[in-house]
Design a binder for this molecule. Sequence first.
Ligand code: ZN
Length: 408
Amino acid sequence: MSASADLRQQLDARCHQQIERLVAWAEINSGTLNLHGLERMASEIGKLYQGLADSIELLEPARVREVDDTGVDNPVTAGKTLYLRKRPEAPRRVLLMGHMDTVFEADNSFQQCEWLDEERLRGPGTADMKGGLLCMYEALRLFEQTNQNSDIGWDVLINPDEETGSRSSAGHIAMAARQCEIGLVYEPALTDGTLAGARKGTGNFCLLVHGKSAHAGREFDAGRNAIYQLADAMTRLHGLNQKNPNITLNLGRIRGGDALNRVPDLALVKFNVRTLAREDEQWVELQLHELVEQIKKEEGFSAELSGGFTRPPKPIDERQQALMDLVSETGNSLGMDIRYKATGGCCDGNNLKAAGLVNVDTMGVLGANIHSDREFMLRSSLPERALLSHQVLCRWASSEAFVRGSNP
Ligand SMILES: [Zn+2]
């Protein structure tokens, strides 16, 4: 039997146990805002790595703020990031990254797993990405059995806020990225095994317009209608989609007004922007700045913009392509046909690339319908993708060092 067939057999023999663990993990609610559930997940993952990792640490979240629906700027609560290290003194390092949060909050009705058939396990976070976290663990466990090179070390970073943009863990991601040569992120692949190639960048913004309240009957003319002013601004914001084909701007949420006999003095819109290239960010920021200045010039109105770009685009450059090739060639050697497809979605792979770390970010299990209550993962993909990761680690460890990029 070939060495890889032997390893696959070992992984298959452990699959039942790992799937049982996956069901237990998926049934621990760890919505991004559920700090208690996140703590439980961090503790479960930490327990699993006892004896495998040399150090297990919990990193404090950075303080971030967000404007609520009434225009008030509030602090955001966030969980801690788990940081595990093996041979911290080793000069050549790989970063394996995942997130422990899901989009399903504690009050969501989707909390249990069920088998749709022998292969498809439906459940919250089974694909995105608790299955991926187990894939990562299985790969590292095998790697520790086979790797005899003390120059090679690994770091695992698992954050609690990926689903809301990793704002409180962004500093930890950049820190961990700087220690390593390549990155592997365990977001799910598509059900046919396709991985994500280039990714767009993203940012969330809030535009707040202040007018002046007045009685709608007695002194209508003394009022300054913030909803009207915001509606006009939103038309211009949406118009940016036509002005620049590299961007998409989605007006996602509006709030404003109160009693119908009152001229509203406050209205706000929250919107998401996606970009293809770094230059697009500056272009969008300039347009937004000009829009705010225009509103401020209107007598009786003022405007404030908050938010910003949190994940730069992840284009494919030469070094990025080299790592993608390493992964697909490794897949080929195992009889897997690994393809890549560009996506408008974003993940922590964007953050790692922005910090100069090349990475393939869909190394997790195969699955579909993520972020919905129809989310499922494919059972056999857990040992399959764990083997792929293990072999990628081995190939990388025996290759020439990947040249690190400079920070943009
Ligand atoms: Zn995810």
